[in-house]
Every structure is written in structure tokens, then in C-alpha cells.
Design a protein around this ligand. Structure first.
Ligand SMILES: NC(=O)c1ccc[n+]([C@@H]2O[C@H](COP(=O)([O-])OP(=O)(O)OC[C@H]3O[C@@H](n4cnc5c(N)ncnc54)[C@H](OP(=O)(O)O)[C@@H]3O)[C@@H](O)[C@H]2O)c1
Length: 242
């Protein structure tokens, strides 16, 4: 049975994706920064017959990464899928405030730690386990708000949504997707960025358009496909503008 680790899987899109992949026969490691919330999510999945266990992972505390890798190595000896899903948008209550000229530096650093530096470091720590898979996938959950082309195009549907810290951390994550795919291209590991849509979660906020379950089905269809592309950022299977 393939093994997938999802960061930030105790709620939101991460939990919905854990449920969807678990339903498809994948063993789920629920990455969670709060161990009780991780255990509760794993229990809820067990109740539905899904193989799941919690793994303590805090993207702001990279010292948790080595312990997680050790646990995965001991229990499974391999990792088939890493889904960098944990993410934060903490600079504003509103998506309509341009924070480029005002964002406090500690908020910008924290945003980049969770959304960018954390995933980069976690990949480095877990790479030996992913290499043992033979057909591993690293999935970086991005956003349409990462697209510089759309941000630079007046009238695009994201033109007014200038939450600078969040948006630029995801632009950096896209760069990681492209560079990492190139680095791993001959090592049997694909790297896929995905925009999940505007999803009804705490982060998505009021006005979001789709349920987390629907986003999870779309993500799962892309990442479990037999021959998915690598070094791309997709939405509903099609490339997002850079
Ligand atoms: N919702 C949308 O419309 C939308 C659109 C585009 C992209 N995305 C992306 O989708 C991903 C999931 O977002 P969501 O909407 O599901 O958000 P969410 O409901 O707010 O859930 C965020 C998850 O990330 C976890 N998390 C936050 N900080 C963490 C840390 N330091 N270490 C580990 N986990 C941490 C949270 O854990 P706690 O419960 O402990 O806080 C929670 O499990 C994010 O990367 C987001 O950028 C979302």
C-alpha cells in the first residue's frame, strides 16, 4: 500500500485530501503541529476504515522534521508521496488589502517559514525515503495568487488580491517546484504544484466557492495519475500562468 505524508492534515484541504487518498487505498500520515489535533484527525479517519496515523510536524520548528523521518523510516522504510499542504495567510483579515508597503517583517518571515522554507527543508530531510519509492511524488499546494502574470495584468481575477507575503511565498514555492523537478528528473521523483481552487476553509474565508472535498478529489485525480507531469503548477489539470 502506498504511503503519503500530508502536512497540515488535521483540518481544511489537508484533512479532506487525507480522507480522499485514504479512501483510494493509500496509507495516510497526518502531519500536524498539534499532536492532539493530529491524533483526533487520525481517529476520525480510522472510524471510516482508512489507514492513518499522526506524525508531529511543525513547519515553524524544523527540528520536528528529523524525528518524523525517523518514525517513517522505522515503521514503513519508504515514502511514496509528500504533500506540502500546511500554509498560512496571517498578514491581513481581508484579501483586499495590499500589504506590500506595510507588512511587518516578522509576519513576512513567518509566512515564508511555513509556506516556503519549511517545505524546502522537509523535502531535503525526507528525500532518502522518497528515493526508495521508485515512483514518488512531491506535491506543493500552491495558489492562483502566486501567479506574477495575473498580478501584473489589470483586470485579471486576482489583480486586486495583493496579500504580498502570502502571494510571494507561494511564488517562491512555485520556483521550488520547477527547480526541484529538474534536480530530481532522473531519480524517479515527480514534483507537482497544484492550485486547489477557492476553497471553503478557515484560510479560504467567507465567499470561497468550493467545498474541501471537491478540491481534494481534483488534487487526488492529478497526483495519483499513472504518468503526471513534473515541474508544473496545475489547476484542474491545466497549467496556471506563471
Ligand atoms: N482555502 C483556499 O481557498 C486555498 C486556495 C489556494 C491555496 N490554498 C492552500 O491550501 C493549503 C491548505 O489551506 P487550507 O485552506 O486548508 O487552510 P486551513 O484550513 O487554514 O488549514 C491550514 C492547515 O495548516 C496547518 N498549519 C498552519 N501552520 C502550521 C505549521 N506551522 N506547521 C504545521 N501545520 C501548520 C494548520 O494546522 P492547525 O490546525 O494547527 O492550525 C491546518 O492544518 C495551504 O497551503 C493554502 O495556502 C488554499
Amino acid at each position: 500500500m502506498p504511503i503519503a505524508l500530508i502536512t497540515g492534515a488535521n483540518r481544511g484541504i489537508g484533512y479532506a485530501l487525507a480522507h480522499e487518498l485514504g479512501r483510494r487505498g493509500i496509507t495516510i500520515l497526518i502531519g500536524a503541529r498539534d499532536e492532539q489535533r493530529g491524533a483526533a484527525a487520525a481517529d476520525a479517519l480510522h472510524a471510516e476504515g482508512i489507514a492513518a496515523e499522526p506524525i508531529h510536524l511543525d513547519m515553524e520548528r524544523p527540528q520536528t522534521f528529523a524525528a518524523a523521518a525517523h518514525t517513517i523510516a522505522e515503521r514503513y522504510g519508504v515514502l511514496d508521496m509528500l504533500i506540502n499542504n500546511a500554509g498560512i495567510m496571517i498578514e491581513s483579515e481581508s484579501w483586499n488589502v495590499n500589504t506590500a508597503a506595510t507588512i511587518p517583517m516578522d509576519v513576512l518571515h513567518r509566512t515564508f517559514q511555513v509556506n516556503f522554507f519549511g517545505p524546502v527543508e522537509l523535502v531535503q530531510v525526507l528525500l532518502p525515503l522518497l528515493e526508495r519509492s521508485g515512483d514518488a511524488r512531491i506535491v506543493n499546494i500552491s495558489t492562483i495568487l502566486s501567479s506574477l502574470e495575473l498580478h501584473a495584468t489589470p483586470g485579471s481575477n486576482t489583480y486586486e488580491t495583493k496579500t504580498f507575503g502570502y502571494n510571494s511565498s507561494k511564488t517562491a514555492l512555485n520556483a521550488f517546484t520547477v527547480h526541484l523537478a529538474h534536480a530530481l528528473r532522473s531519480r524517479g521523483i515527480r514534483v507537482i504544484g497544484i492550485h486547489p481552487g477557492w476553497v471553503k476553509t478557515e484560510l479560504g474565508g467567507k465567499g470561497a466557492l468550493i467545498e474541501a472535498d471537491a478540491a481534494a478529489r481534483m488534487i487526488a485525480d492529478t497526483i495519483v495519475a499513472p504518468d503526471p507531469p513534473t515541474g508544473v503548477v496545475l489547476f484542474r489539470g491545466k497549467p496556471l500562468p506563471w
